[in-house]
Design a protein around this ligand. Structure first.
Ligand code: HEM
Ligand code: HEM
Length: 187
């Protein structure tokens, strides 16, 4: 299937659902990841870490599907205007996808290397449990990427709100599910 023609004012429902689910998981997984070390050793910490990993994997699989969908079936919209910043924003979306894939890969590598007790039910074996500096480095790399992703996502959010409240050009409407065509947009 080729991408849908650019005749619409909004993305299709699946693109919108994947966008908001992905956005929620980025913020929730960042907050959960940062909270793991605040908990004392024991079941609550094991459970939070296991939930982080489980939803992290769900996030990663959803992102792979989303990239596939955006390439093959999702509505493609041109930049909202012809300005350089709008064209840059489109490249920034690609950058967000790169970070989302990197956070997934770095998380999987960290789990594979250090091993994990999942929900106190089963254990993912460690590739090298004795190499503590390497284990720490891999989680640190994961954290740098997570912070980069959070910062970039917040920047993207600020731009979206700036368009909505200041420029009033209807950009946010593109990511809103609707049944009827949008009203004429003021400038
Ligand atoms: C409250 C937070 C957010 C708001 C208000 C928001 C708003 C928007 C809007 C209005 C667009 C359409 C832009 C256009 O058509 O030029 C968009 C696209 C996009 N957003 Fe967000 N966004 C938010 C959070 C996020 C997060 C956390 C991510 C991922 C890290 C993200 C990734 C993307 C991507 C990749 C696109 C391009 C369209 C696509 O491929 O789905 N957004 N966002
Ligand atoms: C949007 C996706 C994700 C975000 C934003 C995120 C964020 C974070 C953050 C902020 C930390 C804390 C790092 C530290 O304090 O040193 C963390 C830890 C961790 N993450 Fe993620 N992560 C994501 C996805 C994943 C995935 C997909 C996996 C594995 C499949 C994963 C596995 C881990 C592990 C094993 C830790 C270390 C936990 C501990 O301190 O015991 N993460 N993550």
């Amino acid at each position: 299937m080729t991408p849908s023609e650019n005749t619409s004012h909004a993305y299709d429902k699946k693109t919108i659902a994947l966008h908001w689910l992905g956005a929620f998981l980025v913020f929730a997984l960042w907050a959960a990841g940062q909270s793991i070390d605040l908990l004392p050793r024991g079941l609550p910490k094991i459970t939070l870490r296991s939930l982080h990993i489980t939803f992290g994997v769900v996030f990663g699989l959803l992102m792979i599907y989303r990239i596939f969908w955006r390439k093959r079936g999702g509505t493609q919209l041109a930049p909202i205007d012809e300005s350089l910043k709008s064209r840059l924003a489109q490249h920034f979306h690609v950058f967000l996808y790169v970070l989302m894939m990197l956070i997934f890969i770095s998380g999987v590598v960290a789990v594979w290397y250090r091993g994990v007790n999942m929900f106190d039910l089963f254990r993912i074996p460690a590739f090298d449990a004795d190499n503590k500096p390497m284990r720490r480095l891999l989680v640190e790399i994961h954290e740098w990427i997570a912070n980069g992703l959070l910062f970039s996502a917040l920047l993207h959010t600020c731009f979206a709100f700036w368009h909505h409240f200041k420029l009033k050009d209807g950009l946010l409407e593109r990511m809103r599910s609707r049944n009827s065509p949008p009203q004429a947009l003021e400038n």
